[in-house]
Design a protein around this ligand. Structure first.
Ligand code: HEC
Length: 217
């Protein structure tokens, strides 16, 4: 075999070796260079967000379905990251909570770094009855406190869920608002009030049935 034959042969072997196993391998957890270059970070802290943390890496590798020890480690890590307010006050002002739930601005690469950051909850949830433009990726939260109660258990569950959705559901699509520093403690308390305060429109009794049909029955 002369020199040219050998290199051609090697090239073919490399091609053959790469083509098949790549399909079976878990996806890489690093973003491709082209994707990284397409971002124009406005401050250095933003660049750090392009590196997946341990949980994001697990979710990428397992295609959002981690199992066994890996899932258990993820749940523990995310649960351990949840912080409760030092003063123990989990309920703030529902009016502020509604504004935060409505606000979809902040932390996008086109936003100025000082943009007020919202929760964008309506993008995925139905919440107060007068907002008719909402997404349905998440369950409806209309009537949340009226249906669930407002006791300590449901308060701690809801705080944990907003602070870090993955403390309950590995690889949840819901952002980890507290753990990732998207929202502060006061913001989360205000959202809690939106969901749980008996005076919040979320918990108003549904309008009475007024159709003639039901009156006849
Ligand atoms: C990108 C979509 C998305 C966004 C944005 C989002 N959520 Fe969720 N949320 C979900 C999904 C999906 C679930 C159900 C699966 C799960 O539990 O992770 C959920 C579950 C919940 C639950 C638990 C509901 C239950 O029945 O126990 C609460 C409470 C909640 N979200 C509140 C919020 C609040 C408050 C915000 C805004 C700060 C918000 N979510 C933003 C997708 C989202």
């Amino acid at each position: 075999m002369n020199k040219i034959d050998l290199s051609q042969c090697l090239a073919l072997m490399v091609l053959a070796a790469c083509a098949v196993p790549a399909l079976a391998e878990a996806p890489s957890t690093a973003l491709p260079a082209a994707a990284l270059e397409s971002f124009r970070p406005q401050d250095p802290a933003w660049a750090a967000r392009l590196v997946p943390d341990d949980t994001q890496a697990t979710c990428i590798r397992s295609r959002n379905l981690p199992e066994g020890e890996e899932a258990a480690a993820l749940l523990k890590r995310e649960t351990d990251s949840v912080r409760f307010p030092a003063d123990g006050k989990l309920l703030g002002d529902w009016r502020r909570g509604e504004a935060i739930a409505q606000n979809g601005r902040g932390l996008q690469h086109s936003d100025a770094p000082d943009t007020v950051v919202g929760g964008n909850c309506y993008a995925c949830h139905q919440i107060a009855p007068n907002e008719i433009g909402y997404g349905t990726i998440g369950p409806s939260l209309l009537g949340y406190g009226r249906l669930r109660g407002q006791g300590e258990f449901i308060q701690r569950y809801t705080w944990t869920k907003i602070y870090n959705a993955q403390a309950y559901v590995p690889c949840s699509i819901m952002p980890r608002f507290g753990t990732q520093g998207i929202l502060g403690e006061q913001d989360i308390a205000d959202l809690m009030a939106l969901l749980l305060d008996p005076d919040s429109p979320v918990n108003a009794e549904p309008a009475a049935e007024t159709s003639n049909d039901s009156a006849d029955r």
